[in-house]
Design a protein around this ligand. Structure first.
Ligand SMILES: Cc1ncc(COP(=O)(O)O)c(C=O)c1O
Length: 394
C-alpha cells in the first residue's frame, strides 16, 4: 500500500521511531518491565502538560480510544449531583450523550456548532443552579474552535464546581494549564497531536480529586476511573490487560515531544497551521471561523460552490492526500485539513500544490464564493434561539 499523507485531525502519520517502537520485545503486563513502562509514560504525560506540582497529579492510561477516557471520567466523577455539559459542536454534544447514560442529573448548555461559548450565559447558569461538575471540550474538532479554558475554569472556581475537560484533539498542540485553569480532570488520546497510534487514551487529574472518587457509586466496572487510579498507585499497572505494544509507541511519541521541547512543538504546529492557512487563502478559500478562534491543529474550510466534495476528495486521495469531511450540520458545507503528526512544512507546500491542481479540475462557471454564509440555516440540531440553542436536563 502506498503512503498517504493524513491531513486529518487524527489518527495521524507517526514518526518512524514510533512505528519501530511497537516492534519491541514481548513483555508481560504483570512484570516489572510493564510497571516501569507505565511509570515512564505517566511521568512523560505529566511533563507534556508542564505540571509544576507534579507530585499532586497522576495520569492513568486506558486501553481504548479517546471516548474511553471521556466515558471513564463522566461515569466516575458524579454521584447524584448535578453535572452541566457545555457544548458548541459534535464532541461537546457527545459528552452530553455519554453523561446522560451515567448521570441522571445531567444538564446541557447547548450552543450552535461553531459559535464561541457564551461566558455570560455560563456564568448566569452557574449562579442560578447548583452545579457540582462542569464538562466541556477544549478544542471542538467539528469546527476547529478552541474554547477558553481559563475563563471557564475561573467561573467554575467561583461557583465551587469542578471542571473536567475533553482535551482529545488539543493535547500535544495547545497549552493546557491544568493548575491555572482549575481543571480537576482532563482526558485525551494517543493518536492526535501527541503523534502515536490510536488505541490508548489517558486521564490526568489532581491526586486529591482521584481520592474523592472512592466515595462515589460505581457506574461502570471496566472504565471505573478510581480503579485505574488505585491500580497505578498501588502496583504501577492497569486493572485489565493493556495493549502493551501501544504503550511502547506512546512512550516514544512522548520522548519525541519532550526532546523537541513542549513549547517548541506547539510553535512548530502553529507555524504549519499558519503556512497552510495562508496558502489556502491565496487560493481563494474561505474558512468557517475566524483565525483567532481556531486551534493550531486543523483548519475548517468552506467548500466552494463549484466543488463536488466526494469527487474532490477522491482526486486528492489519488494524489496520496487524505482530508476530512464535515460532520453533522457541517456535512457537505466544509472540509477539514489537519496539520499534526509527521507532516513537515514541505508536505504542506506539496499539499497546497496538489490542492491548486485539484481545484483547477472543476469547471468554474460562476465566481467562486462560499455557499455557506449562514450555517444555522441547515442545522440538524434545534434552531438557534438568541445565542443559546437550548438549556435542558435529561
Ligand atoms: C474533541 C474530541 N473528543 C472526542 C473524540 C473521540 O475520540 P475517539 O474517536 O478517539 O474515541 C474526538 C475524536 O475526534 C475529538 O476530536
Amino acid at each position: 500500500m502506498s503512503k498517504y499523507f493524513l491531513f486529518t485531525p487524527g489518527p495521524v502519520n507517526v514518526a518512524s521511531n514510533v512505528r519501530m517502537a511497537i516492534c519491541k520485545e514481548d513483555i508481560c503486563h504483570r512484570e516489572i518491565d510493564f510497571d516501569n513502562l507505565l511509570q515512564s509514560v505517566e511521568n512523560k504525560l505529566l511533563a507534556l502538560f508542564e505540571i509544576k506540582r507534579s507530585n499532586d497529579y497522576r495520569a492513568v492510561v486506558i486501553t481504548g480510544s479517546g471516548t474511553a477516557a471521556n466515558e471513564s471520567v463522566l461515569s466516575s466523577v458524579v454521584g447524584d449531583q448535578n453535572i452541566l455539559i457545555i457544548s458548541n459542536g459534535e464532541f461537546g454534544e457527545r459528552l452530553f450523550k455519554i453523561s446522560k447514560v451515567h448521570n441522571k442529573n445531567t444538564f446541557h448548555l447547548q450552543l450552535p456548532w461553531g459559535d464561541p461559548l457564551d461566558l455570560e450565559a455560563i456564568e448566569t447558569y452557574l449562579k442560578k443552579h447548583k452545579i457540582s461538575v462542569v464538562a466541556m471540550v477544549h478544542h471542538e474538532t467539528s469546527s476547529g474552535m478552541l474554547n477558553p479554558l481559563e475563563k471557564i475554569g475561573a467561573l467554575c472556581k467561583l461557583n465551587g464546581s469542578i471542571l473536567i475537560v475533553d482535551c482529545v484533539s488539543s493535547a500535544g498542540a495547545e497549552v493546557i494549564d491544568m493548575e491555572k485553569c482549575h481543571i480537576a480532570f482532563c482526558s485525551s488520546s494517543s493518536s492526535k497531536a501527541i503523534g502515536s497510534y490510536s488505541g490508548l487514551s489517558f486521564v490526568i487529574g489532581k491526586q486529591g480529586e482521584f481520592e474523592k472518587l472512592k466515595n462515589l457509586p460505581i457506574k461502570t466496572v471496566y472504565l471505573n476511573l478510581y480503579n485505574f487510579y488505585t491500580f497505578i498507585k498501588n502496583t504501577s499497572q492497569t486493572p485489565n490487560t493493556p495493549a502493551v505494544s501501544l504503550f511502547f509507541a506512546l512512550e516514544q511519541a512522548l520522548i519525541n515531544i519532550l526532546e523537541e521541547g513542549v513549547s517548541n512543538r506547539h510553535a512548530n504546529i502553529k507555524a504549519k497551521a499558519d503556512t497552510l492557512r495562508q496558502g489556502m487563502l491565496d487560493l481563494g478559500m474561505t474558512f468557517l471561523i475566524d483565525q483567532e478562534e481556531m486551534s493550531s491543529v486543523l483548519t475548517t474550510v468552506n467548500i466552494p460552490t463549484h466543488i463536488e466534495l466526494d469527487t474532490f476528495r477522491q482526486r486528492l486521495r489519488e494524489r496520496s492526500i487524505i482530508i476530512y469531511e464535515g460532520k453533522g450540520c457541517f456535512k457537505n458545507k466544509v472540509f477539514q485539513v489537519g496539520n499534526i503528526g509527521e507532516i513537515s512544512l514541505s508536505d504542506i507546500h506539496f499539499f497546497l500544490k496538489i490542492l491548486k491542481e485539484c481545484l483547477g479540475t472543476f469547471p468554474q462557471n460562476e465566481k467562486r464564493r462560499c455557499n455557506f454564509t449562514n450555517h444555522y440555516d441547515s442545522m440538524t440540531t434545534p434552531i438557534k434561539n438568541g445565542s443559546l440553542l437550548s438549556v435542558a436536563n435529561t
